[in-house]
Design a protein around this ligand. Structure first.
Ligand code: C2E
Ligand code: CA
Ligand code: CA
Ligand code: CA
Length: 279
């Protein structure tokens, strides 16, 4: 046993120790930031490909720092999943999205749903359908005003339980989008059985769709797969007119990306929407 310990210690390098300490400190900071209400939600418009009109907003988590910068979610979501902090953070996101929906409704845009990203840890370790119901009731939101985005890879962790949870969410009027579609290798026979409303084509396939024949072939396949199942197909990461044109010409239903609007605070969303409203 002593020898094993020696081996284990030898493998725990100073670099690993430093990294471990760094992660612990970051987890502590996230915890405090939740308590102090320091996180923010930004919202990115999702638009009809055909005419550019807004269909929904995706809520994206932002962690503002004292110097005016943001720590991107990619830098702390995984840590939050590993430590379980994602449960508390996810609750905060859901309630904040509900509050934002109230603001939208007050400005006359109550018909625009807000899509909330849900991590696999939240999906499999909380009673998500119940949490959504409670928030919808508490904030007095109409049916259908909150959507949920779930990645293909998180579904695959436990397909049976995923199906059950999705059915319960669907009964409560919560639309479900499969996020990062195309990256998780799920089969059509599996997807067919899920109560899904839309598929979001991963940004990596959209990036150079109009010039890269391989990505064009993948996007065509994902569009046809989605449509054959009667689902709405959304392309994410649309940055250029060229990509937008290609997607619209190939029947993509909805588009989202920097070209059509960056993630922004609700105040800016309301300004943008005001310019879109027909006089
Ligand atoms: P995602 O759900 O795939 O979100 C799309 C990401 O693409 C966002 O990055 C968004 O800002 C970015 N994006 C949008 N349009 C463009 C574009 O045209 N070009 C490029 N290059 N990027 C674009 P963000 O906000 O950094 O979020 C990264 C990921 O973090 C999200 O990927 C999502 O998986 C996760 N995330 C964000 N907010 C939440 C949250 O509230 N809860 C959970 N569980 N995860 C979240
Ligand atoms: Ca998403
Ligand atoms: Ca995505
Ligand atoms: Ca993604």
């Amino acid at each position: 046993a002593a020898r094993e310990t020696g081996v284990a210690l030898a493998r725990f390098t100073p670099a690993m120790a430093a990294r471990y300490t760094e992660r612990l400190q970051l987890a502590g900071r996230v915890h405090m930031a939740i308590d102090r209400n320091e996180f923010e939600l930004h919202f990115q418009p999702i638009r009809h490909a055909a005419d550019g009109s807004p269909v929904a907003l995706e809520a994206l988590l932002r962690w503002p720092q004292a110097d005016g910068s943001f720590i991107p979610p990619g830098d702390f979501i995984q840590l939050c999943e590993d430590t379980g902090l994602i449960i508390a953070l996810g609750r905060w996101v859901l309630r904040s999205a509900a509050r934002a929906q109230q603001q939208l409704a007050a400005a006359g845009w109550g018909m625009l749903p807000i899509a909330v990203n849900v991590s696999a840890v939240q999906f499999f370790n909380t009673d998500l359908a119940n949490e959504f119901s409670r928030v919808i009731e508490e904030f007095g939101l109409p049916r259908g005003s909150l959507h949920l985005e779930l990645t293909e890879s998180s579904l695959m962790r436990n397909p049976g339980q995923a199906l059950q949870t999705m059915q319960r969410l669907h009964e409560r009027g919560i639309h479900i989008s499969l996020d990062d579609f195309g990256t998780g290798f799920s089969s059509m026979s599996y997807l067919q059985h899920l109560p899904l409303d839309s598929l979001k084509i991963d940004r990596s396939f959209v990036a150079d769709v109009e010039t890269n024949p391989r990505n064009a072939a993948i996007c065509r396949a994902l569009l046809s797969l989605g449509h054959s199942m009667g689902l709405m197909v959304i392309a994410e990461g649309v940055e250029t007119e060229g990509q937008y044109g290609w997607l619209a010409a190939h029947g993509c239903d909805q588009v989202q990306g920097y070209l059509l609007g960056r993630p922004m605070p609700m105040a800016d969303v309301l300004v943008l929407l005001a310019t879109l409203r027909s006089p």
